[in-house]
Design a protein around this ligand. Structure first.
Ligand code: ZN
Length: 348
C-alpha cells in the first residue's frame, strides 16, 4: 500500500475535532503483553519465568529504574517465539485499545532483537504480527499498521536486513521504520543506509528521539528524514527547534506516564507538552509500554487533557501524522466527522 508523508485531505491540525475515538501512534507491542498473556505464552513455549503466577509477574512488572525496565522487557520478549505468539500479542492489545475507544493503531515491534538473540525467522515474526492486524480488523473493527523498530546498538548489517524485510511487508501493513532503545547509547548515523533502504522502499522514518537525549538527537533524526517523532519532547528546550517542528507539522507521539516512569520528566506539572502545544506543535498521545508502565490509552488521554491537550486535538494530530493509506485516512476523518457532527473551524 502506498505510504503517505502528510495528510493532504484537510489541515487537521487547524480544525477542531470533537470525537471520543482515539488514535494511538506510539505503543510497543512487546510492552503491551499483560502478565496473564505472558504466562500463557510462556507455558505454551515451555519457557520458565521468574514467577509462575499473574500476581507474581505483576510484582515483577513494577520496575524501579531503567535497568529493571530492560530486565522486564527481556523477560517478556524472550517468551515470544512463534507466529502465533506475535499474532496473539497484536489481537490482545487491539482488544484492550478498542475498549478504550481506539480506531487506529500504528504499533511498534522490534524484530531484530528476536532474530539476533534467538534466531527466530524474520517471516515468523512479521507474518504473526500481520495476521494479528487482519484479525484485529475483523473482530474489533480496529485498523492496525506497523512501524518496526531497530534499536540503538543493533549491528548495522542486521539493521539493514530489518529494513529490507520491512519493505517486503509493505503490502501487509508495514508503513514505516523506526529506531528505539536507549538514546544515550549512540547516534543514528550508523543506520543511515538502513533508513535509506526503508525510505527508498516507500516506508517513512519514524524514530525515537528527544526522550532521554536532548535537542541534538531531534535534529539528527530530522536530518535523516524523520517525518514524525516518538517522544521528541526534549525539543522543548530549544525554541528554534520547536518552531521548526510546528512549521513542518512534525507530529510528536507523546506518552506522559512513560516520561514519568522513566524519569525523563520529574512530575506531571513539569511536562513540556503545554509549551509544545502553545508553540503549535502537533502532539498525539500514546501508552508506549502500557503493561510495563501500568497504564492504558484512556489514562494517557486523560493525563494529556490535564496538560491542556483535548482528546479531539490528539486525534487530529494522529490523523495528521498517520502513515496509513488514503482510504484508511478518509475513514478516520469520517469518524471524527461523525463524532463532531461536523468539523468546526477554530483554534487547534
Ligand atoms: Zn517508545
Amino acid at each position: 500500500m502506498a505510504p503517505k508523508r502528510r495528510w493532504a485531505g484537510r489541515p487537521c491540525g487547524k480544525l477542531k475535532v470533537v470525537t471520543s475515538a482515539k488514535i494511538e501512534m506510539h505503543v510497543h507491542l512487546e510492552g503491551s503483553v499483560r502478565p496473564a498473556t505472558l504466562l500463557e505464552i510462556a507455558r505454551r513455549n515451555g519457557e520458565s519465568l521468574p514467577a509462575d503466577t499473574v500476581g507474581g509477574l505483576e510484582e515483577l512488572y513494577r520496575f524501579t529504574d531503567f535497568r529493571h525496565f530492560i530486565d522486564v522487557w527481556i523477560m517478556t520478549t524472550n517468551c515470544l517465539r512463534t507466529a502465533d505468539d506475535f499474532r496473539q500479542v497484536v489481537v490482545d492489545y487491539a482488544q484492550q485499545a478498542r475498549s478504550h475507544g481506539a480506531v487506529y493503531l500504528e504499533a511498534i515491534f522490534s524484530p531484530a532483537e528476536r532474530v539476533e538473540a534467538h534466531g527466530i525467522g524474520w517471516d515468523e515474526i512479521y507474518t504473526g504480527y500481520c495476521e494479528g492486524a487482519v484479525e484485529a480488523q475483523e473482530r474489533f473493527g480496529l485498523t492496525v499498521r506497523f512501524t518496526p523498530d531497530l534499536y540503538r546498538g543493533c549491528p548495522v548489517e542486521l539493521a539493514e536486513k530489518c529494513a529490507s524485510v520491512s519493505v517486503r511487508y509493505r503490502d501487509r501493513g508495514v508503513v514505516g521504520l523506526g529506531i528505539g532503545g536507549y538514546e544515550l547509547q549512540g547516534p543514528l548515523e550508523p543506520y543511515r543506509r538502513a533508513v535509506r533502504i526503508a525510505q527508498d522502499g516507500g516506508l517513512a522514518f519514524v524514530p525515537h528521539a528527544g526522550e532521554a537525549a536532548g535537542v541534538e538527537s531531534v535534529r539528527e533524526a530530522l536530518g535523516l528524514g524523520a517525518v514524525r517523532l516518538r517522544h521528541g519532547i526534549r525539543a522543548a528546550d530549544d525554541s528554534a527547534l520547536v518552531a521548526e517542528l510546528a512549521d513542518r507539522a512534525v507530529v510528536l507521539d507523546v506518552c506522559p506516564t512513560s516520561n514519568l516512569r522513566t524519569g525523563v520528566v520529574e512530575r506531571l506539572s513539569a511536562h513540556p507538552l503545554p509549551r509544545l502545544r502553545e508553540a503549535g506543535v502537533l502532539c498525539s498521545v500514546g501508552t508506549d509500554d502500557p503493561a510495563m508502565f501500568g497504564t492504558d490509552l484512556n489514562r494517557e488521554y486523560e493525563l494529556a487533557e490535564r496538560l491542556g491537550l483535548p482528546a479531539g486535538d490528539a486525534y487530529a494530530a494522529g490523523l495528521a501524522g498517520a502513515l496509513c493509506e488514503e482510504e484508511v485516512l478518509k475513514r478516520l476523518a469520517d469518524i471524527a466527522d461523525r463524532g463532531a457532527g461536523q468539523y468546526r473551524s477554530g483554534p487547534g
